[in-house]
Design a protein around this ligand. Sequence first.
Ligand SMILES: Nc1nc2c(ncn2[C@@H]2O[C@H](COP(=O)(O)OP(=O)(O)OP(=O)(O)O)[C@@H](O)[C@H]2O)c(=O)[nH]1
Ligand SMILES: [Mg+2]
Length: 354
Amino acid sequence: MVYKREIMVGGGCGGDGCVSFRKEKYVPFGGPDGGDGGVGGNVVIVTSHNIADLSLLGRKKEFVAENGRRGGSGRKSGKRGEDLAISVPVSTMVFTKADSGEEILLADLRTPGQKVLVAEGGRGGLGNARFATAVNQAPEIASKGAPGKERHIILEVKLITDICIVGHPNSGKSTLLSAISRAKPEIADYPFTTRQPILGVMPDDRRDFIVAEIPGLVEGAHLGKGLGNEFLRHAERTKLLIYLLDGSSPTIIDDLSTLDKEIALYKGLSQKPKIVAVNKIDLPEVQARLPEVKQGFAPILSRLGVPVFYISAVSGQAVLELTRKAMEMVDQASQDEEIVSQAQITVFRPKPRK
Ligand SMILES: Nc1nc2c(ncn2[C@@H]2O[C@H](COP(=O)(O)OP(=O)(O)OP(=O)(O)O)[C@@H](O)[C@H]2O)c(=O)[nH]1
Ligand SMILES: [Mg+2]
């Protein structure tokens, strides 16, 4: 899966204007009739819900739209160049890279069929008919088509979700996702069954909540261990993280610490609201060691200040309580975001003139 690509985009060149004179029988001094060149095609980026990543772009680095055609005699304008549409998944962010290296957000594409123009085609040149004046009635000049705009573009797909389930491989992320949403991910007792983020919709009376399973993280994921931590880019725009732990893991206390460390090492995730969920409590051996686990967790949980749930994704035990709390925290996070975004709006008030 490809979630980030840097490409060059270029609008098509405008077609040249044409130099031509009207030549008809019995019409002396027919005058200039060279038409304008066609405008070059634009490069647009358009979202499609049928695409999951950027692999369709292949290895191609440059995307240039068609040139406009030259103008013709008889004041015929040249054909305009076709636009070049680059299809990307919904939730793609489009940045342009300035010469200074700074990345500037051009568009955050969130709905299917959304379009953004990233490189305009060049204007067509003027034909000689346009240059005729009272003193020069037979101009032999036409202008050249302008080159299209060029831009360095960065495309980055970052899922927009309410909740992301993160955890070690085999902790039961897919099982929980299938229990709380309509998604049907593959479930198996070997690690890294899920190798790409999976989205599910959790229906509620008020609205649907979007939940994602992020592929398993292991200690050292930020150094590339396991599947690495690249997938965490999809958690950047979530409102809540669920840390899902395997209750049957002999190292469950360390598992929580290493998971939190990996999350904290990824930019922007340390401040996200979180819930810890210990899974597989239907297993008798997990039940038996629950008091010991709760005791071991106490110092870490008080440091993190997050709620904890002891659940079974298979039997459904305490899953409803977990989802209720998750929805409540997502709503709270949405309200907080709104307050922050309103606070960021600068209001200019006119002052009386002195
Ligand atoms: N007993 C019990 N087994 C569970 C529970 N949840 C998941 N499992 C089992 O744990 C194994 C792993 O489950 P998955 O849902 O595939 O785990 P995952 O976290 O998605 O794993 P990866 O995608 O490989 O990272 C499967 O054999 C599940 O049947 C649970 O609540 N109780
Ligand atoms: Mg899975």
